[in-house]
Design a protein around this ligand. Structure first.
Ligand code: ARG
Length: 648
């Protein structure tokens, strides 16, 4: 990477003797930090206010037309001045700077444009030398930036969390994509990240599943396709259970009929008892009780289902570049943890008895939170109870600084109840470490053959569609090494980018045509932009083979003068700030929109800034620019969880 000495040397050649550096800024990692400090120092000279007060008021702009940095003068909170006049006054008195042009007055704001040549000389080496680290500042995750020995902050990102023997639905897909991104984001920023999958793997329905497997299961199928097979079994046994319930209902109706006629119902009552006693429901209850009691045989079967499902999930997650540090799940929450939480709730007067069950009345905090059941009449725990136990267990085990639950907005109430209960127990400190990252629904998610049940089906289907799209260009298709794999990656990118395009909370419609198009802001477009940047380099080397040996950090960057080149450099400079912003918004779209803008700038440059056929020094400078652009696109795509393709 680039060191502060490199920056200092570059600045000296530009005419600055010291590196502008306000507290807690990182000139070697973020070019914008240099400029913010520099402008803050100059404005400070003009108006006699400390630079540290001016620094935070310097904002990035939404469009490069408005400058690279903007200062809203009222944000300086200086009293007794006419703001318009004051803005003009600062502009007039602003000294000559080697780094920025004289500020442009826009009402009560000042726009600062970076001088192109110094910017290029600062940014380009930074991108090229930092490589995959460009954009990242691993100091963010330090407990104490002044004392690296104090270690890194720890974050648990809980995401995906599907339910065994149930479909992997759109909510799980979004949680997987968004959660993977949030984990990457923190890892890049130097946090110690634990990726956790909290499986839905406990409850009476797993008794139902075991009974079902006895009746309909096949060892062979189970091993071959555990997730699909267990789901089939679950559907069959649920059908049987429903039929039994219907039968009981109809017998009950008959009983009412007999009673009206004054006839004996004993025989029918006996039949109900028999159906119930021999039925799925009772068997499942008994079975689950054996599991709860820790009986080895019952647990062994359930554990096999769980283990085989996890193995299969792992393969699918790998296609999305996701691996977990921990497969936890509802089954893993210990009774002791739940008992301890129950005791605390009782002692603090948080919980109360109601009809033999235990509830927490949260309406006293907020009407919306309602009353939450934490223990059923029969003493069994619930989804919420297990989450309460789990939160304390995780704190004990990981001593995390922060925990993020990536769960659909349908569960807003559930998580709000969870955090409020933790707070009510007297652990506001713990509740404050936790955050629910929610997201909206996906409409119409289906495969071309029918309604989608499993992630694998969706990915296969989209991959096949991409394969068809690729085949429409036979010439290009011939050049792709492994078309199957490429189509698979393109398909996954299509799904992921469509998912991350909007704000998380928005619903969107799963649209196979739109997402697989190479036009518009799609995954395939982003991949194409990356592959194209790669091909520029390949073609340059084909045309002038010794280019491969040139160290692009040493080329003459002053040759990058054209507006397109300058515009692209300005965008590359902004990437570290995009990541900083994203760490606040936790919105994938923040990164994605930046990448699309950058990709558009690159593609509109090709015509104006050709590489092959130029005079050697110009060729090398432009090549360096495209290699830098490719690097930033690559880093951004990786952050989102995409596999950047080199050819397609
Ligand atoms: N398995 C749950 C579901 O599919 C999601 C789990 C969310 N996480 C949690 N800690 N409750 O709905």
């Amino acid at each position: 990477p680039v060191s502060i000495d490199d920056i200092s040397a570059t600045l000296k050649t530009i005419g600055l003797d010291t590196v502008p550096q306000q507290p807690n800024t990182y000139p070697a990692l973020n070019p914008f930090d240099i400029y913010r400090s520099h402008v803050a120092e100059l404005v400070a000279q003009v108006i006699g206010v400390e630079a540290s007060k001016i620094y935070p008021a310097l904002q990035t702009t939404t469009k490069t037309d408005y400058g690279d940095l903007q200062l809203a003068v009222p944000a300086l909170r200086i009293k007794g001045k006419d703001m318009k006049e004051f803005t003009k006054e600062i502009a007039e008195k602003f000294p000559d700077s080697p780094l920025v042009l004289p500020p442009v007055v826009s009402g009560i704001a000042l726009q600062f444009f970076f001088k192109p040549e110094p910017l290029t000389s600062l940014v380009m080496p930074s991108v090229l030398k930092s490589g995959s680290a460009y954009g990242w500042n691993t100091n963010v995750g330090l407990r104490d930036p002044a004392d690296p020995a104090a270690g890194r902050k720890k974050i648990i990102v809980e995401f995906s969390s599907p339910n065994i023997a149930k479909p992997f639905h759109a909510g799980h897909l979004r949680s997987t994509i968004i959660g993977g991104f949030i984990a990457n984001l923190h890892e890049g920023a130097g946090w110690d990240v634990i990726r956790m999958n909290y499986l839905g793997d406990w409850g009476k329905q797993y008794g139902v599943l075991a009974i079902g497997f006895d009746l309909y299961g096949s060892e062979e199928e189970l091993v071959k396709n555990p997730i699909g097979h267990l789901y089939d079994v679950y559907v069959k046994i649920s059908k049987k259970a429903a039929e039994e319930a219907d039968l009981i209902k109809s017998i009950k109706a008959d009983i009412v009929g007999l009673q009206e006629k004054g006839e004996s119902t004993a025989e029918l009552e006996a039949r109900i008892q028999k159906v119930e006693a021999e039925g799925v429901d009772q068997a499942a209850r008994d079975y689950f009780k054996r599991m709860v009691d820790g009986e080895q045989v019952a647990l062994g079967i359930w554990k096999r289902f769980r283990d085989l499902s996890i193995e299969k999930y792992k393969q699918t997650y790998a296609r999305l570049n996701i691996r977990y540090d921990e497969y936890s799940g509802e089954s893993q929450v210990k009774d002791e943890s739940m008992d301890l939480a129950a005791k605390l709730m009782h002692e603090k007067g948080v919980s109360e008895e109601s009809d033999g069950a235990v509830i927490v009345d949260l309406t006293k905090y907020s009407k919306k939170l309602g009353k939450a059941l934490v223990k059923k009449k029969d003493g069994t725990s619930l989804y919420l109870t297990r989450d309460i136990g789990a939160i304390f267990e995780r704190l004990e085990k990981f001593k995390f600084d922060r925990m993020i639950y990536v769960v659909a907005s349908q569960q807003d109430l559930h998580l709000a109840q969870l955090f409020k209960i933790v707070e009510a127990i007297g652990r506001k400190d713990l509740a404050e470490k936790c955050q629910h990252i929610n997201f909206g629904m996906v409409m119409g998610m289906s495969t071309r053959k029918g309604t989608a049940k499993f992630l694998d089906d969706i990915l296969r289907d989209v991959g096949e569609k991409m394969h068809e799209v690729m085949r429409t260009n036979e010439k290009k298709y011939q050049q792709v090494d492994d078309p199957e794999r490429t189509a698979d990656i393109l398909g996954i990118s299509a799904v992921m980018v469509q998912d991350m395009r909007g704000k998380r909370i928005n619903h969107y419609t799963f649209d196979m045509e739109l997402m697989t198009s190479f036009e518009g802001d799609t995954g395939p477009y982003l991949q194409y932009a990356h592959a194209r940047l790669c091909s520029i380099y390949r073609k340059a080397v084909e045309a002038v083979p010794d280019v491969a040996a040139v160290d692009l950090t040493t080329v003459d960057l002053t040759l990058l003068k054209e507006p397109h080149a300058v515009d692209l450099v300005r965008q590359l400079a902004a990437f570290p700030d995009v990541i900083t912003t994203t760490l606040k918004t936790l919105e994938p779209t923040t990164v994605l929109m930046y990448l699309f803008k950058m990709a558009h700038s690159s593609s509109s440059s090709y015509m104006h800034l050709q590489v092959v056929g130029q005079e050697r020094e110009v060729m090398l400078a432009r090549l360096a620019l495209y290699v830098a652009a490719r690097r930033v696109l690559h880093n951004g795509m990786r952050l989102l969880g995409l596999d950047p393709l080199e050819r397609m």
